[in-house]
Design a protein around this ligand. Structure first.
Ligand code: F6P
Length: 534
């Protein structure tokens, strides 16, 4: 792989800094729209299954061109091609990164025989279970954490309109027993399938919860563990040692947070069926093709990733809020937190050198309109500028069209309000609200004014279907890849989670064995002592 300069050493970076100082920092979206009648057309893109409006972002045509130049100087296209070709771009683990191969049509991607072999078997198994009259299965419990949980847990409610009505899906991830206990209370062993998902099959939380599930199953008189427990893992031996023989494998070139498309998606396949699971893969594959082939000038994931760099490194924005105006996407922000923050929350470059610039923003959010009645106050009038990403669908998968119109109106209104704001003069001209008679009208108007010029992106889907959801998720994967390439980091390892795991292993025997806190820092030792007291 060719060496590329670090982003802050490129010609484009210097040009972007100058452009930011001259025009970027003061860009006012209202004026930009007033100046350019073609702004909406210039900054909207059609990608597979998605229409994206990037025009309410604080950039202009020159910013976009310089960001594209930056991408080219940093080797985005070459690195993207290397990922698709199976190069070991996860350098610290010496692994290829090939989640794209999981959704390539039969015969077209790398490892196609293996991928489609497991896929066919997994989907046949799912279909067998969906025949509830013969399988007897009414409840499926996915036990896994992180990438072995968040994907299925996000997709299952998102595709509820396509789900089997007679099977209830449950998700258990947390090692805190308050997660599994209420689930088990609602189950009967003969109607339940436990899907134990762990890439490594060594994760403490998952193995602990799987053990609790097995004990419960046996204590309730459950027969035939082999029929009621299935494993999804790259470590078939460890699954067998745990007592699970019915397993679906995947491969070390599938990162945990990119594994939804493998047998990790078994819970999804059980919920929505084989055909819909294949549509999910097809949608993701369509986005893969777009990312692989579209020039950067019209490449949506690339442009979103570049905009992230512009906001993080030039504007200094520290977070991005995700607001899906679709209740089915209620778990999307949590899913994106792992995807983006575990991937790009890094502080050294590929050769281990500390970086002098910021990387992953904080990603957070809730479905609209709920967020409007919680933290949108801060988005509109707080002291920080937080770019917001709205996601909405043209057609709902429910019959309540009046509700849908209201959701859409709110979504468009929030995006417009963030940009337009309200001047103190306009607020003054309004009738003063009741209850403010003790304050002068100007004081009240200042409280009621909005700075505006707050950026947002709008992603519109025709409808939330397996295919469009697949495209949406793949869009995010490639966007995270793009910003990771610009920052020159390894987006595919996660060493940052290891230290806490090691310390927990040290603390556990102290807690259960009532040992003292010798060798611990004073705070941890003090907390341990408090927990051990009477
Ligand atoms: O602890 C972080 C992590 O390794 C994630 O990257 C991963 O998705 C999760 O744990 C679960 O790991 P596993 O699938 O091996 O149980």
């Amino acid at each position: 792989m060719m060496a590329f300069p670090r982003c802050d050493k490129t010609v484009a970076w210097t040009a972007l800094q100058a452009h930011y100082r001259a025009h970027g920092q003061d860009l006012d979206l209202r004026q930009a729209f007033a100046r350019d009648a073609g702004r909406f057309e210039a900054f909207t893109l059609q990608a597979p299954e998605l229409f994206a409006d990037l025009s309410k972002n604080r950039w202009d045509l020159l910013t976009r061109q310089l960001l594209i130049d930056l991408a080219r100087e940093c080797g985005l296209e070459a690195r993207r091609d290397a990922m698709f070709a199976g190069a070991a771009i996860n350098t610290t683990e010496g692994r290829a990164v090939l989640h794209t191969a999981l959704r390539a049509p039969r015969g077209q991607g790398l490892f196609s025989d293996e991928v489609h072999g497991v896929l066919d078997r997994m989907l046949a198994f799912a279909e067998g279970l969906r025949d509830t009259a013969s399988s007897g299965i009414r409840h499926v419990v996915n036990i896994g954490i992180g990438g072995s949980d968040l994907g299925p847990q996000m997709v299952v409610p998102a595709l509820d309109a396509f789900a089997h009505p007679g099977i209830t899906m449950h998700f258990v991830s947390n090692v805190d027993g308050h997660d599994i206990a209420p689930v088990l209370r609602r189950l009967r062993p003969e109607e339940t399938l436990f899907v134990v998902v762990s890439k490594t099959f060594t994760t403490q939380e998952t193995l602990a919860n799987a053990s609790v599930a097995r004990e419960w199953f046996q204590a309730q008189g459950g027969q035939d563990i082999a029929r009621h427990f299935v494993g999804v893992t790259t470590n078939l031996q460890a699954a067998a040692a745990f007592g699970i023989d019915n397993t679906f494998g995947f491969w070390d070139w599938v990162g945990g947070r990119y594994s939804l498309w493998s047998a990790v998606g078994l819970a999804v396949a059980i919920a929505v069926g084989a055909e819909n699971f294949r549509r999910l893969l097809a949608g993701a594959h369509a986005m893969d093709q777009h990312f692989a082939e579209a020039p950067l000038e019209t490449n949506l994931p690339a442009q979103l990733g570049l905009l992230d760099v512009w906001y993080r490194n030039f504007h200094g924005f520290t977070s991005r809020s995700v607001a899906p105006y679709h209740q089915g996407l209620k778990r999307l922000p949590a899913y994106l937190q792992q995807l983006e923050m575990e991937s790009n929350g890094k502080r050294v470059d590929l050769s281990g050198e500390p970086l002098p610039y910021a990387t992953s923003p904080v990603v957070w959010g809730e479905p609209g309109t709920n967020g409007q009645h919680a933290y949108f106050q801060m988005l509109h009038q707080g002291s920080d500028v937080i770019p917001v990403e709205f996601i909405a669908v043209k057609h709902p998968t429910h019959p309540h069209l009046d509700l849908h119109a209201k959701a859409l109106a709110n979504c468009l209104a929030q995006s417009a309000a963030l940009m337009l704001g309200k001047t103190t003069e306009s607020a003054l001209a309004e009738k003063a609200p009741t209850g403010s008679t003790g304050l002068g009208p100007l004081t009240v108007a200042r409280h009621r004014s909005f700075p505006g010029n707050r950026p947002s992106t709008m992603l519109l889907l025709d409808q939330l279907t397996p295919r469009s959801l697949g495209a949406l998720i793949a869009l995010y994967e490639h966007r995270v890849f793009t910003s990771g390439v610009i920052w020159g980091i390894n987006s595919f390892d996660q060493w940052g989670v290891e230290l806490g795991k090691a310390l927990a292993n040290d603390l556990l025997p102290r807690l259960v064995g009532a040992q003292d806190g010798a060798g611990l820092d004073a705070s941890t030792a003090g907390l341990l002592a408090w927990l051990q007291r009477g």
